[in-house]
Design a protein around this ligand. Structure first.
Ligand SMILES: Cc1ncc(COP(=O)(O)O)c(C=O)c1O
Length: 395
């Protein structure tokens, strides 16, 4: 039966072996050291208590969940003013990135994203058998001209994380719209707005309007970041009916768990908790930026809940050495070598305790005194409800 040229064992499709498996941020330090996990852009204030309650109540584990995540889609629709029929829920937005890629790109097709774009775009592209194409960034910002210049007749999808991970930078709504206008109508623009809730800039849009009005735009969102439900793996996609239909056809029939549906439904209804998370970030993101800059580190200005910090290329001061130094103190940051950024570390805004420990540790690492305490004092004084909300949660 078998032909002489057939391999002697199962061989993955072309592209699969080219995938460098996603290496998540570390979660453990040395034995006996209190851990401050600042490596995965999780929220320091935890999930909404209402989400926790709903999660605990969803304990009928012998039953399959609602395969359409109906209650959750309705709750998202109500919270964001969207049509639930145009929402697909997924096992994290990671799954929706993969499903969208599988549905719209395959061998011979190209998927485009920017230089420091979220790594999962590359993994999903290779898994689909398609070819990743990378457009250069300008000063750690996605560059619309470079993206448009990289479009070919083979391009099927453009992924744009806005703000982007790991840079934390964003591009204004008008630039995103210019990108959409410049794409051929058959090229899907996937706007990944995982950190949208943290951004308040007048010229920023998460992509809702574009996903509503353009036949070639989808928006991806997640419950893993500001909603604090990363462990449950829930994300959602909003887009045109035809794209939603295609993704629904290939997703697992029961892709979101019942506890995930229940917790996310409660979380999206708790606006006060989201506000507390934003308030916390609004205090500590600028504080960390200022303090680390004062230590002589180069910090890429971020609008999200994390910072990309560039270390000097000097023995004793490198990112690799800083990572090891911080790890000994239980402060776990994210190496970003896989993004082509070996001289930088990414850190998540943590609890007040974690943020202060981090600045002290980096001051010691850089051989400096910790920057003046005045602005830190002002920072915590400015934090009203967010301070309370953060109490009691480990980083
Ligand atoms: C830009 C971006 N998109 C998507 C995701 C995936 O989130 P989820 O936990 O929903 O899969 C992340 C997580 O780090 C991210 O940074």
């Amino acid at each position: 039966m078998s032909s002489a040229s057939a391999p002697s064992r199962p061989v993955p499709r072309p592209g699969v072996q080219a995938i460098e498996a996603y290496v998540p941020g570390k979660a453990e330090a040395g034995a006996g050291v209190k851990v401050y996990k600042l490596s995965a852009n999780e929220t320091p204030i935890g999930p909404s208590p209402k989400a926790m309650e709903a999660f605990r109540a969803a304990a009928a584990l012998e039953f399959y969940p609602d395969g359409s995540s109906t209650k959750l889609r309705e709750a998202i629709g109500a919270a964001y003013g969207l049509d639930p029929a145009r929402i697909v829920c997924g096992t994290g937005s990671d799954e929706l990135i993969t499903l969208t890629t599988l549905a719209f790109a395959g061998p011979g097709d190209e998927v485009l994203y920017s230089q420091y774009g979220f790594l999962v775009y590359r993994i999903a592209t290779l898994a689909a058998g398609a070819t990743p194409v990378v457009a250069p960034e300008k000063d750690y910002h996605s560059d619309v001209d470079a993206l448009l210049a990289a479009v070919t007749e083979r391009t099927r999808i453009v992924f744009l994380a806005n703000p982007n991970n790991p840079t934390g930078t964003y591009i204004p709504a008008e630039e995103v719209r210019r990108l959409q206008r410049g794409l051929p109508p058959h090229v899907l623009l996937a706007l990944d707005s995982a950190y949208a809730e943290y951004v308040h800039r007048e010229d920023y849009e998460a992509g809702t309007e574009l996903a509503e009005s353009c036949a070639n735009v989808v928006m991806l969102r997640t419950f893993s970041k500001i909603y604090g439900l990363a462990s449950l793996r829930v994300g959602w996609l909003y887009g045109p009916a035809e794209v939603v239909d295609a993704v629904n056809r290939i997703r697992g029939a029961f892709n979101v768990s019942a506890p995930g549906i229940a917790a996310a439904t409660a979380a999206v209804g708790d606006a006060a908790h989201v506000e507390a998370a934003v308030a916390h970030n609004d205090v500590w993101l600028p504080w960390l930026t200022e303090q680390l800059t004062a230590l002589g580190l180069d910090v890429t200005p971020s609008v999200a809940n994390f910072l990309l910090v560039h270390f000097p290329d000097e023995p004793g001061r490198t990112a690799r050495e800083a990572d090891a130094f911080l790890m000994q103190r239980g402060l776990i940051l994210r190496r970003v070598d896989a993004y082509g950024l070996p001289g930088a570390l990414r850190l998540t805004v943590g609890t007040e305790e974690a943020n202060r420990l981090l600045v002290d540790a980096l001051a010691a690492f850089m051989g400096r005194n910790a920057p003046a305490e005045a602005s830190a004092g002002e920072a915590s004084a400015g934090e009203a409800s967010a301070g309370e909300a953060s109490a009691g949660h480990g980083a």
